[in-house]
Design a binder for this molecule. Structure first.
Ligand code: 13P
Ligand code: SF4
Length: 312
């Protein structure tokens, strides 16, 4: 895209935003230009909270499908659009609603705590939703003798078991981005940068989390680098977060953790990066792709999301 086109697109998006009375919500893994145009950039929980309280007529969700779907469930009467409707999530894909329902029917004694990275259909079959920033609190709120099924991220689930001391049955899903970070490569960077702190998202593998100085959701990682006096951080999560880190702390150094295969861009989420400035403009111009869901599914999926919101 040439400079003029890029400038025009940004201008047009701002004009459309006013005309539509729209709010642009963006996740930290979106490309920098999209983050800069957004009214709000945040982690999954913060984005849901923003979606729940907005007065805008149109919610433009620059993120992946499950995030936009959650915004729709929280705002059934509003129009929710997404730049690329095919922007999915490997975690969500790893937990098909049919299999999840089979488990639930066979084991009704389990209380289903489901990570927000899941489809509306799976949410509708769950007892409570959580995000990486409130998961510990949600697990701790469940009575000790209650059996728990945690889905779909086994890494986050294992991490929560360690933190809370609760045994849980884990769905076997992973994130294609976070499972790429390998301990050996990170150890090497740590040796080369002994003054750097390693910070990681809980979707990373156990071996990476074991050597991390801090573990948290995207917003918690951002808060940590702002508040910690260290000057150098190795960041084990999707590389898009570095944009806000550099903006907030221009005097600090951020080293993206390398994926297993250093020749690929595997520390970028291919789903998140399907959204582009051009697609953002087009979706606002055409008011599509739009997130639509059957009313009964919205009603069912709202219940476990509301339980989460009440506890957050
Ligand atoms: P956060 O809620 O921490 O932003 O995580 C969302 C996500 O998809 C991480 O891969
Ligand atoms: Fe899903 Fe992983 Fe992408 Fe997050 S980074 S949206 S968990 S595939």
């Amino acid at each position: 895209m040439d400079v003029m086109t890029e400038l025009n697109l940004k201008q047009e998006i701002k004009i459309l935003k006013k005309e539509l009375n729209a709010i642009i919500l963006a996740h930290y893994y979106q490309e920098a230009d999209i983050q800069d145009l957004a009214d709000f950039v945040g982690d999954s929980l913060e984005l849901s909270k923003q979606a729940a309280k907005t007065n805008a007529d149109v919610i433009v969700f620059a993120g992946v499908h499950f995030m936009a779907e959650t915004a729709k469930i929280l705002n059934p009467t509003k129009k929710v659009i997404i730049p690329d409707i095919t922007a999915g999530c490997s975690l969500s894909d790893s937990c098909p609603a049919t299999l999840f329902k089979q488990f639930r029917d066979k084991h009704p004694e389990y209380y289903a705590v489901t990570y927000i990275n899941s489809s509306a259909a799976v949410k509708a079959l769950s007892d409570i939703i959580c995000t990486s920033s409130n998961a510990e609190k949600i697990i701790r709120s469940i009575p000790e003798n209650q059996k728990i099924l945690f889905s779909p991220d086994r890494n986050l689930g294992r991490y929560l078991m360690e933190k809370t001391g609760r045994k849980m049955l884990l769905w076997d899903g992973t994130c294609i981005v976070h499972e790429q970070f390998v301990q050996q490569k990170i150890e090497k960077i740590k040796l080369e940068n002994p003054d750097a702190l390693l910070i990681a998202h809980p979707e990373c593998e156990e071996k990476v989390l074991d050597i991390s100085d801090f573990i948290g959701s995207t917003s918690q990682l951002l808060k940590f680098v702002k508040e910690n006096p260290a000057k150098k951080f190795i960041v084990a999560t999707e590389v898009g977060i570095l944009h806000q880190m550099k903006k907030s702390c221009p005097d600090k150094i951020f080293i993206p953790a390398p994926p297993e295969n250093s020749t690929c861009a595997c520390n970028e989420c291919p789903h998140m990066k399907k959204n582009t400035l051009e697609k953002l403009y087009l979706c606002m111009l055409e008011l599509q792709p739009e997130i639509t869901l059957p009313d009964d599914l919205i009603k069912k999926a709202y219940i476990p999301i509301k339980r989460m919101m009440d506890l957050s």
